[in-house]
Design a protein around this ligand. Structure first.
Ligand SMILES: [Zn+2]
Length: 406
């Protein structure tokens, strides 16, 4: 069955290919109070993602073929987005011993990452890259020099100084990106760097690509729209001039790794999308049960629940003229498909009402993770219909539509 786009286009709605998310945490097995594969896969649909890659930092970590198969099986019965498992690079994500990438790939792993943490041992990471080249596997690295970010809980800068919070300097990410690029060259491999957040990181990747290094990268919707000022209580999007209402400072929902950065960093990420340095927009959807967020800022878990708010955030930057809709759409569809080395699904479609205004209510989120600093925010643009493999999934975006989103 093929999806009929005409009735939607006749109503002035946008019909575009389904989004592909390279980076989401679905928390199952082990943290089902925060998310399950089923709730995450349905939250993905609500956000317009018809394909979502699940990170392996579960409990246990996805480091054995049987565990990959389990994720595949649960995803098949989830009635949501297509879920593609990413397996760990090292056993137990402990950073000491490489997994058997070949057997994990045979079980269905589409990529490999110890995300949540980097592979800190440079020698081991070199071996992982050499192995990935031989095995034809994709390595996805979370670039962070843990010795530099140390006990940091937010971006290191004037705002962290003002708030008295320990900072994670931009250099903690950039030093790791520089190391990773040197190792990719040494290994003659290819590498995907996930959730880049600083101007310096984007510039390093830009230069490496110009040299012909086989590197790709993604950025997240929250790093494209929010700044470190949000930790201090700002609720003004990076592209807005006039200040909005403020929230209380130290909201743990603004705590994320990598941290929300400066406005200059946000602009640099957009410049990377505009000139093609950035290949993909990935959510780093990181749902947490409230118990892990309703604690002091220092103690709270890192992460933002992001699948269901990605579209309005990126549309904000498009409206500001920071990148074209075509460039953003490519970063949500063909870009991530190219990173994965697969053709985009032929018959995945989403219908977007770009002008729909709505207020984010945590209870209305499908994700179990209500941890987003956007609670109560007025957002513009939403996904109203989703088809996967030509089958119309009655997305709950309908409910909002019925109450006046147009
Ligand atoms: Zn990460």
């Amino acid at each position: 069955m093929s999806f009929d786009r005409r009735p939607f286009e006749a109503r002035g709605l946008l019909v575009v290919p389904g989004f592909i998310d390279l980076h989401a945490h679905l928390r199952e097995p082990g943290f089902e109070e925060s998310e399950t594969i089923a709730t995450g896969a349905r939250a993905a649909l609500r956000g317009g993602f018809t394909t979502v890659c699940a990170m392996p930092n579960t409990e246990p970590a996805i480091d054995a073929p049987g565990l990959v198969a389990q994720v595949v099986a649960r995803a098949a019965s989830a009635a949501g987005a297509r879920v593609l498992p990413i397996a760990a690079i090292t056993r137990g994500r402990r950073g000491a011993e490489l997994c058997d990438l070949v057997e994990l790939a045979a079980a269905g792993a589409v990529a490999f990452s110890d995300d949540g943490a980097p592979v800190s041992d440079a020698g081991l990471f070199r071996h992982a890259l050499e192995y990935s080249r031989i095995a034809g596997a994709l390595i996805v690295e979370h670039p962070q020099d843990l010795s530099l970010s140390a006990k940091g809980v937010m971006h290191e800068g004037s705002v962290s100084a003002e708030l008295g919070l320990a900072g994670m300097p931009a250099a903690a990410e950039e030093a790791a990106v520089a190391r990773d690029l040197a190792l990719v060259k040494l290994a003659g491999a290819r590498l995907h760097l996930t959730h880049l957040s600083t101007a310096g990181s984007v510039e390093l990747v830009r230069r490496a690509k110009a040299e012909g290094v086989a590197v790709t990268c993604d950025v997240t919707p929250h790093h494209l729209s929010l700044t470190d000022e949000w930790v201090a209580g700002s609720r003004t999007f990076a592209w807005e001039r006039a200040e909005r209402n403020r929230a209380m400072p130290y909201d743990a929902n603004t705590k994320v790794n990598p941290p929300l950065r400066s406005r200059a960093d946000v602009r640099a990420l957009w410049a990377g999308i505009a000139d093609g340095t950035v290949d993909a927009i990935a959510t780093d959807h990181a749902p947490h049960a409230s118990i892990r967020k309703e604690v002091e800022f220092d103690q709270a878990a890192f992460g933002i629940s992001g699948l269901e708010t990605a579209l309005p955030l990126v549309l904000g930057g498009v409206r500001a003229g920071w990148a074209s809709w075509d460039a953003v759409l490519a970063a949500l569809t063909t870009g991530p498909a190219r990173v994965l080395g697969v053709p985009p699904p032929k018959d995945d479609w989403i219908v977007i009402d770009a002008d729909a205004e709505w207020t984010l209510d945590g209870e209305a989120l499908i994700s179990k993770g209500k941890n987003t600093p956007l609670l109560g925010a007025k957002l513009t643009g939403r996904v109203v219909e989703v088809a996967v493999d030509g089958d119309l999934k009655l997305n709950e975006g309908h409910a909002a539509e019925a109450v006046g989103a147009r």
